[in-house]
Design a protein around this ligand. Structure first.
Ligand code: C2E
Ligand code: CA
Ligand code: CA
Ligand code: CA
Length: 280
């Protein structure tokens, strides 16, 4: 028993060592990828109730030489912990805006479409965030009204007054603000009327079980009704099937995003699939 106890401990230690080794390898690779800009942006269509394109969400992709694609759900939290997210977030903004500027020049992007860009809470809290957004808009000469920043409820947890001020400053630039993953965070409904928000994104977890789970359906219905009452737009994400789409239409959802309409694609493929083949 003593022998096996020692073995168990040795195995445990070896596993712990493997975990922290993997973490260090990831951190090193992330530093490298950030320095040499080894990321890509994919674009996923967003549409209205007439199936017309209203914009796209930019989603970061990281293809490691050995491991292939590493999910942002895996590496973004690490980048947040080690502070690299600030530099990565700036790269995302730079890349997305330069892409949209090119599309506008080529007549591929309507001025009323919005490019949705994810903003990490860590990034949002930086004092340099607002100047960075301003500088990027100037640099690329993209109308601020084409830009939608997706933030999450949890970034309000830290300092509500400071976050509110920053949100108002961003809105003053003409940029739109959305709350991502709505319903999964901690924001109280009373904040909602305080926030200068253009859109709520109903989290995919509620959409997924919309047809089977009565309480998920009730939540989706309530969010749509509340957004309408407050004059806020609402977009359902994670719409995977025709039945999701059909039900969401029945309950008067306004905007839609999900695999049912299209998966995130590299820029050229996005234009071929959703712009060239669907002239507006
Ligand atoms: P998110 O912002 O909630 O993005 C939506 C995620 O759902 C994306 O995963 C998208 O590919 C996926 N998705 C879209 N439609 C469907 C669908 O119909 N079904 C299902 N099952 N999934 C769908 P992705 O690209 O792997 O990104 C995961 C998360 O990583 C994002 O969640 C976001 O939190 C973060 N992320 C991605 N790109 C960025 C970025 O540029 N900056 C920051 N800060 N975070 C990012
Ligand atoms: Ca998002
Ligand atoms: Ca989301
Ligand atoms: Ca998310």
């Amino acid at each position: 028993a003593k022998e096996s106890g020692r073995n168990t401990f040795a195995i445990y230690r070896a596993e712990m060592q493997a975990v922290s080794d993997a973490r260090l390898v990831m951190e090193k690779a992330l530093h490298h990828a950030t320095e040499f800009k080894l990321f890509e942006l994919y674009y996923q269509p967003q549409s209205d109730d007439k199936n017309e394109l209203i914009g796209a969400e930019a989603l970061i992709r990281w293809k490691d030489g050995e491991k292939g694609f590493i999910s942002p759900a895996e590496f973004i939290p690490v980048a947040e912990e080690i502070g690299l997210i600030v530099e990565i977030g700036q790269w995302v903004m730079d890349e997305a805006l330069s892409q949209v500027a090119r599309w506008i020049k080529e007549g591929k992007w309507q001025p009323c479409w919005r490019i949705s860009i994810n903003v990490s809470p860590v990034q949002f809290q930086q004092t340099g965030f607002l100047p960075m957004v301003k500088a990027q808009l100037d640099k690329h000469d993209v109308p601020a009204s084409c830009v939608d920043l997706e933030i999450t409820e949890n970034m309000l947890l830290n300092d509500l007054a400071a976050s509110l001020k920053k949100m108002h400053d961003i809105k003053a630039l003409g940029v739109h603000l959305s709350i991502d993953d709505f319903g999964t965070g901690y924001s109280s409904l009373k904040y909602l009327k305080l926030l200068p928000i253009d859109r709520l994104k109903i989290d995919q977890s509620f959409v997924r079980d919309l047809l089977e789970d009565k309480s998920d359906e009730a939540i989706v219905l309530a969010v749509i009704a509340m957004a309408k009452a407050l004059g806020i737009g609402v977009i359902a994400e994670g719409v995977e099937t025709w039945s999701h789409h059909d039900r969401l239409r029945e309950i008067n959802c306004v905007f839609y995003q999900g695999y049912y309409y299209g998966r995130p694609l590299p820029p050229a493929e996005f234009i071929t699939a959703f712009v060239d083949n669907h002239p507006v």
